[in-house]
Design a protein around this ligand. Structure first.
Ligand code: 8YV
Length: 324
């Protein structure tokens, strides 16, 4: 009998076909309040789940006594409670690597958009405010030959360092749990403390996973260490930042601007002060959202899932499940 898999995010039909070769698939195309009870019902005899963002903790796992594999279509996996998953002998996987270049491209876009005020100036043109007398009101900041500080030099951080160093002639500083000799050699990246990085960078990129240690990593003290002309970029998770402190730093001119792909609450509330600030560029958490990369992520997750269900070790196994 084929193992039963619940696919709870919208994926390319080719990904579904691949899973269907070895599994019986129940497809949800996204979980809404109305579909969640059916999902829970189907979970009772499911062997695998595939999708993005679902909170998988002991409460959910209680409803899934047959589960063998939880396959996340994302690199971040703060939604997975690994101790609970491992204790039940379930494998958990994510999709590192395949999205690095796409997210790094977006980060360069966010840096340029914020520094050169692209969305604001786009609105000038489209609303007839283009004044032929091009004055300082259109000026922004350069990004080439500036200092970029990267907090979290993982796969995405390194892909940004590559673009910034080779493409924009930027100087790279980084802070990470461990030294990254590869980035030091290829992109002339200099390892430094958080404090040194914040004080000396023109752009500060936060790219750490969300863990108890990184929650609110950027707070009042950290923003106060940044240069007044510096731009803060976040493409990791909203909760790595104390959003109140960020709002204050922007309102008081402690920093020049921010480019944000992520927020504490997503979708962000329309009355969040960040949304009405001219010096802030916002995006709806779309770092990896291209056709090509979302396909690769879903296929990578599907491959992990099928491998686990076959009793193999998935390439991107995150945990050491007990009793298997
Ligand atoms: C998306 C991400 O949130 O991979 C991650 O960790 O943040 C993003 O790629 C996610 O994959 C939604 O599908």
């Amino acid at each position: 009998m084929k193992p039963k898999v619940l696919v709870y995010s919208k994926v390319d039909p080719k990904v579904l076909d691949f899973v269907k070769q070895t599994c019986e698939v129940v497809y949800f195309e996204g979980l809404e309040e109305e579909t969640f009870p059916t999902f829970l019902h189907e979970l009772k005899d499911a062997h695998g789940i595939l999708g993005a963002g679902l909170k998988v903790d002991d409460d959910l796992l209680k409803n899934a006594p047959q589960l063998k594999v939880v396959s996340n279509i994302s690199v971040g996996y703060e939604n997975l409670h690994l101790p609970a998953i491992s204790a039940r002998g379930v494998m958990a996987t994510n999709t590192p690597g395949v999205l690095n270049d796409t997210v790094a491209d977006l980060i360069m876009g966010l840096m340029l958009s914020t520094a050169r005020r692209l969305p604001e100036l786009d609105q000038f043109v489209k609303t007839g405010q283009w004044d032929s007398n091009l004055g300082e009101q259109y000026f922004g900041l350069d990004i080439h030959q500036k200092v970029l500080g990267i907090i979290g030099m993982g796969g995405i951080g390194s892909a940004v360092a590559k673009r910034a160093h080779h493409g924009f002639d930027m100087e790279i500083l980084y802070h990470n749990r461990s030294r990254k000799p590869d980035a030091e050699e290829k992109y002339a990246a200099s390892y430094c403390t958080m404090e040194e990085l914040l004080q000396n960078s023109d752009f500060v990129l936060l790219m750490t996973p969300l863990t108890p240690e990184t929650e609110k990593l950027m707070g009042e003290k950290e923003f106060s260490l940044m240069k007044k002309s510096a731009i803060f970029i976040n493409s990791s998770r909203g909760k790595t930042v104390d959003e109140e402190a960020l709002i204050q730093a922007l309102q008081t001119g402690e920093i020049y601007g921010a480019g944000l792909d992520v927020f504490v609450n997503e979708p962000v509330e329309v009355d969040n002060p960040l949304l009405s600030m001219k010096n802030v560029v916002t995006l709806p958490h779309i770092g990896s959202a291209t056709y090509e990369t979302r396909y690769k992520m879903a296929m990578s997750a599907a491959t992990n899932l099928v491998a686990g269900l076959k009793g193999e070790t998935p390439t991107n196994l995150l945990n050491k499940p007990v009793n298997i």
